[in-house]
Design a protein around this ligand. Structure first.
Ligand code: NAD
Length: 360
């Protein structure tokens, strides 16, 4: 099959890590008889430099015309880069928010998997890690507090600010379905996280998730309050399979979950809408401190490409092949600098890509 992939290399380490993901995709194409047709799209600082804005309408159209989007990362050093002298709506990150909204990417999926080989990088104690953990955070991405009405006013000389947390049942239902669909292909458990003891939006969240659960009798549903979930993630992460939650809780919990895996350079992510379309990117940023040095870890981007094959193209066997190749390379002891430990073989960005592509 032929697949059209819009590629946003972006800024900082973006072009280096995306180059390696394309190398691995091309190895998959050759082995399994597919072809990936790439269309380069500018976003973030790279777009500001050329067009004066972080995302053009043409760029949005190019993404819409593709079967999926593969992205590196965008943004620069927020203290020194001239991009951050611009008004907020013209800065690199504004491009990404606009693209998510334009493509209706309401479901953000972030796996947090601890590789046995990288156990030393995990900040948790051995007795907590046990046999490791493998969980997925499903975060609602286009609603809630970050997209509600906000204002700052002054009343009787007192400054006052207000943000609004709103969800309607359709927004909750569509992301919940996505979570149950993924759980069905995994260990069949959804933990829905809310603050239903306090918030009305959480009480509606809980009701709608329970309604959706009725269509998935093979999946176990449990509810957990967000404060408890924050504790449980560091106390017993192996209890989780799919964690489903709203935008702000998901923002915080997904960073906590990535932290306990020990390396940001290993974590993939997908942002999905209600079709097969998705945007796939590493969880980390553009790492301006190491950009252009050929030392960034490309594995998160390579694993994001594997998620693209699985979720957007239904190429499960090919996605498995990429994940197995990553596992093999780690078992054989190859490491980029960020995950290096004694006795391993240190490689740079393109050597890591070569190693993984060769094992497809
Ligand atoms: P960052 O994730 O870019 O970097 C944090 C630390 O992790 C740095 O030390 C960096 O060197 C390291 N790191 C990140 N990815 C790595 C990789 N693949 N291999 C090895 N080391 C890696 O976060 P930051 O420094 O806070 O942000 C830098 C820029 O990235 C900012 O402009 C920020 O807005 C942007 N950002 C973009 C995205 C995105 O594109 N989705 C996400 C987060 C941050």
């Amino acid at each position: 099959m032929n697949y059209k992939v819009a590629v946003i290399s972006g800024d900082g380490i973006g072009p280096e890590i995306v180059r390696e993901a394309k190398k691995v995709l091309d190895a998959v194409a050759e082995k399994y008889g597919h072809s990936f047709q790439y269309k380069e799209v500018l976003m973030g600082g790279a777009s500001i430099d050329v067009h004066g804005v972080p995302l053009t309408e043409e760029a949005i159209t190019a993404c819409k015309n593709a079967d999926a989007v593969l992205m590196g990362s965008i943004g620069g050093n927020t203290s020194t880069s001239p991009w951050y002298q611009l008004p907020p709506e013209k800065r690199p990150e504004a491009g990404l928010l606009k693209l998510r909204k334009s493509l209706n990417l309401f479901a953000n999926v972030r796996p947090a998997l601890l590789y046995q080989e990288l156990k030393a990088a995990c900040p948790l104690k051995d007795e907590v890690i046990g046999n490791g953990f493998d969980l997925v955070i499903m975060r609602e991405l286009t609603g809630g507090l970050y997209f509600g009405e906000r204002k700052t006013i002054e009343e009787n000389g007192i400054r006052k600010a207000c943000d609004t947390l709103t969800y309607d049942e359709t927004e909750i239902r569509r992301v919940a379905k996505r979570a149950f669909d993924i759980a069905r292909k995994r260990r069949k458990k959804v933990t829905s996280v809310d603050k239903a003891n306090v918030l009305d939006s959480s009480r509606l969240w809980r009701k709608v998730v329970e309604e959706v659960a009725k269509d998935y009798p093979e999946v176990t549903l449990e509810h957990m309050l967000v404060d408890n979930c924050a504790m449980q993630l560091v106390k017993d992460p192996a209890q989780f399979d799919v964690v489903l939650t709203e935008n702000m809780f998901g923002d915080i919990l997904s960073d906590e979950a990535s932290m306990i895996t020990g390396s940001i350079g290993m974590l993939a992510s997908a942002s999905l809408n209600n079709t097969k379309f998705g945007l796939y990117e590493p969880s980390g940023g553009s790492a301006p401190d190491i950009a252009g040095k050929n030392i960034a870890n490309p594995i998160a981007t390579i694993l994001s490409a594997a998620m693209m094959l699985r979720f957007s193209f239904d190429l499960d066997k090919e996605a498995d092949a990429i994940e197995a190749a990553v596992q093999k390379v780690l078992t054989e002891g190859y490491r980029t600098g960020d995950i290096m430990s004694d006795g391993c073989k240190q490689v740079n960005t393109d050597e890591m890509g070569d190693c993984i592509a060769a094992r497809i």
